[in-house]
Design a protein around this ligand. Structure first.
Ligand code: DP6
Length: 319
């Protein structure tokens, strides 16, 4: 049996839109931080049955989630020249049931565990390219710390190690069990119907360069401003779709305003939102206790998770 773990990542500069739908290549460059604590653990075992067995968070998977796993396994079998079936058991060890995105950590851990079970020794770049085909954001979770996924490139790449910037990402959980439209579907709908999609794509390169330069210069306020600009521009493109895609809940807006108020009081805090109502807040480590206390006091915040920059995906010793 092979066991791998990988951590969720949050994009500071967002990926939203595909240059090639079949190959799942992004239309815009993105920059992310992998987070400690938000971990997926995946086991892969060769079995004798006629079909792969896929268990996600304790339940047999069906439909699209299962199909995405099998597609990756089929690719790996083709590469290994193998016909063996696998039993995949994946568990999200997130300290919440709040429906935080787990596909990134899940597909990164799956790529590592399943390739190892099939006897393949893939490079980090190959693992990242494999994860990207399942879910583009997963390409970044193969790496620890700060990573980028460029356009016209099959895999993500590391930019800087976790300790490059001493920050925390506070995840403000604002709603429970919401069934929102998935990111894949929502970004395709944005590309097809939003008059702002082209503007989003054409401005994404400059925004990425701004964010990456700020990161390399360890300029947290400038990185934070670029991060807020990226998320708001991404959401603007989807708000202008027809019908508009609305991930903001009233509670999300309350947290966004609170973050800006904290900034007015001298804190270096910035927000970002993905395809859901939760708000992720970036701040320097030294400010994290005070910022966390302020956010926890908001009626809009059901739960607050605190995550440090996290490590790369890795294989564990099987028991
Ligand atoms: C808003 O990686 O889930 O989180 O490639 O279709 O699986 P697919 O999309 P996915 O999209 C993530 C979108 C995002 C921004 C980001 O992580 O960069």
């Amino acid at each position: 049996m092979s066991v791998a773990v990988a951590h969720a990542n949050i994009a500071l500069i967002k990926y939203w839109g595909k240059a090639d739908r079949a190959l799942n290549l992004p239309a815009v460059p993105s920059l992310s931080l992998t987070l400690a604590g938000l971990r997926t653990r995946t086991e892969a075992r060769l079995i004798t049955g006629a079909e792969d067995a896929v268990t996600l968070d304790g339940r047999p998977a069906g439909g699209r989630p299962r199909a995405r796993v099998i597609a990756m396994l089929d690719q790996l079998r083709a590469r290994a020249g193998a016909t063996s079936r696998l039993a995949i058991t994946s568990h999200n060890e997130f300290p919440t049931a709040a429906g935080l995105a787990s596909s990134a950590s899940g597909f990164a851990a799956l790529a590592l565990a399943a390739s190892h079970a099939l006897g393949l020794e893939l490079t980090r770049q190959q693992l990242s390219a494999l994860a990207r085909q399942a879910s583009a954001s997963a390409a970044r979770s193969v790496f620890g710390g700060w990573a980028e996924l460029l356009t016209g490139c099959e895999h993500a790449s590391p930019i800087a190690p976790p300790e490059h910037l001493d920050v925390r990402m506070l995840v403000a959980v604002t709603r429970r069990g919401e069934k929102a439209i998935g990111s894949t579907e929502a970004m395709l709908h944005t590309a097809e119907t939003s008059p702002y999609y082209d503007a989003w794509v054409s401005s994404a390169g400059a925004l990425f360069t701004r964010g990456k330069s700020a990161l390399l210069a360890r300029d947290l306020p400038e990185l934070g401003r670029a991060m807020e600009h990226s998320t708001l521009a991404m959401h603007a493109s989807m708000l202008a779709a027809d019908p508009g895609v609305l991930y903001f809940a009233p509670e999300s807006l309350a947290v966004m305003h609170a973050v800006r108020e904290l900034r007015g009081r001298g804190f270096s805090t910035f927000f970002t939102l993905d395809a859901g109502p939760h708000v992720k807040v970036l701040c320097p480590s030294v400010e994290a206790p005070a910022v966390a206390k302020e956010l926890r006091a908001l009626p809009a915040v059901l739960e607050l998770l605190e995550a440090a920059p996290g490590p790369a995906a890795e294989l564990l010793e099987a028991p």
